[in-house]
Ligand binder design. Structure first.
Ligand code: GLV
Ligand code: MN
Ligand code: MN
Length: 413
């Protein structure tokens, strides 16, 4: 067995995951660690302390993406990068995102402890704001790193308390001035991200490893309706411009638009806000989000482009605007990385299958920059974005062993 793989320590990795899970712990074993909060900072400082134990170089870029680097024999060679995100959903679990960061650190630790000499540097990245739970959309750190969007484009995004993204980012960066800056962007040799599957397939098949082939496309929209507030007891229905009633009609019409007998398309209305939000006032304002996903680009584009017209047609009294704030087309991963992950899983005699990802990941935005792939490990009943999210310590360690071997192969040549 590869020496670095033999040095992967299941216990150390699990203990670190549980230490991270205490930062922002909520009832039912969950975690609420929103990006660029004090809790996010505490988690990052803990990661930095662990990186210090193995002499990794730490740096931060203008999007607050945090980088840990192990030098290679050829420091000029493009690095092999792994990582994921440390923020969670408001009602999130203990593994989504943080597993990929801790698995990367564990692989780096194993390379260090085993004295494995590699030609290329290996870097672990913790991307800023993958979830989009505090500041929408997600993947701001990886989108701005890859040049898909500029970090400045997100400056005026507000969190639910009215804090601007630019202000949260600036105050975070100001609290991290002891860390060397690095340029935003780069051209790694390859990128491979470990993550829990967030779906039920690996567990159902009794397999250890998902060799991820690509990620379906996603589009996010915010629909905002403006009506007129009025007295609930005195205003005849015919005289109302009721934003909530029009919103209900719009969502019903969208359910018809998004109907898919094959149940491949994903359509979610996950956030609704109403003003003035009292029982006895007709709403003058209502807004709701749409999360639309599909593996076929043409379906994603056609259904997404039809949203504005369908919503407009559903209005009786309110006016409406539709804003798109996230647009990620489906991607396919690099055969080179897919094959390296598959080879590592086979050589380690771990049951594995190829599968696409239904969730989006930072890896989606790394695809245009360098050969990219992902490794999935099973999670209990596929539960995710939920405090009950769970993977066994041994399942998580198996993914890290495959990651360590994949990194070793990719960083050797
Ligand atoms: C990522 O968190 C996603 O929503 O797919
Ligand atoms: Mn994630
Ligand atoms: Mn997530």
């Amino acid at each position: 067995m590869n020496q670095a793989v033999a040095a992967v320590d299941e216990r150390r990795q699990w203990d670190r995951l549980m230490a991270m899970a205490r930062i922002g712990a909520i009832a039912g074993d969950g975690v609420n660690r929103a990006c660029l909060t004090e809790l996010d900072r505490q988690a990052r400082r803990l990661l930095i302390a662990w990186a210090g134990e193995i002499g990794a170089d730490v740096s931060i870029d203008a999007a607050a993406n945090l980088w840990l680097r192990r030098q290679g024999a050829d420091p000029e060679a493009a690095p092999v990068v792994t990582g994921s995100h440390m923020d969670t959903q408001p009602n999130g679990g203990r593994f989504d995102g943080i597993y990929g960061v801790i698995a990367g650190l564990e692989a780096l630790t194993a390379l260090h402890r085993s004295g494995t000499a590699l030609r290329r540097p290996v870097e672990v990245v913790a991307w800023t704001n993958e979830e989009g739970g505090r500041f929408a959309p997600g993947c701001m750190g990886s989108m701005s790193w890859s040049g898909f969007r500029r970090i400045e484009d997100f400056a005026d995004v507000l969190d639910p308390d009215g804090v601007r993204f630019a202000d949260a980012l600036a105050s975070h960066l100001a609290s991290e001035t002891d860390l060397p800056d690095r340029p935003l962007g780069g051209r790694p040799h390859a990128y491979v991200e470990a993550h829990i599957e967030q779906g039920p397939r690996l567990e159902a098949e009794g397999l250890d490893i998902g060799v991820v082939t690509g990620i379906q496309g996603s589009r996010w929209f915010t629909v905002t309706l403006t009506g007129e507030t009025a007295h609930a007891g005195t205003t005849p229905l015919a005289m109302r411009r009721d934003a909530v009633q029009d919103m209900v009609r719009a969502i019903a019409a969208l359910n018809t638009l998004m109907h898919d007998p094959q149940d491949v398309l994903r359509f979610t209305v996950g956030r609704i806000a109403v003003e003035p939000n009292t029982s006895n006032s007709v709403a003058n304002r209502a807004s709701f989000t749409i999360d639309l996903r599909h593996p076929d680009k043409d379906v994603l584009l056609a259904r997404g482009d039809a949203i504005a017209g369908v919503v407009q047609a559903a209005m009786r009294g309110a006016s409406v605007s539709v804003q798109e704030n996230f647009h990620a087309l489906p991607v396919e991963f690099s055969p080179r990385v897919i094959d390296a992950v598959e080879r590592a899983a086979s050589e380690q005699r771990r049951g594995h299958m190829r599968l696409p990802s239904g969730a989006f990941h930072d890896a989606q935005f790394v695809v245009p920059v360098c050969p990219t792939g992902m490794i999935f490990v099973p999670c209990h009943k596929g539960i995710s974005h939920n405090p009950a999210e769970y993977s066994e310590p041994s399942q998580l360690a198996a993914g890290t062993c495959v990651l360590a071997q994949t990194l070793t192969e990719l960083a050797s040549n």
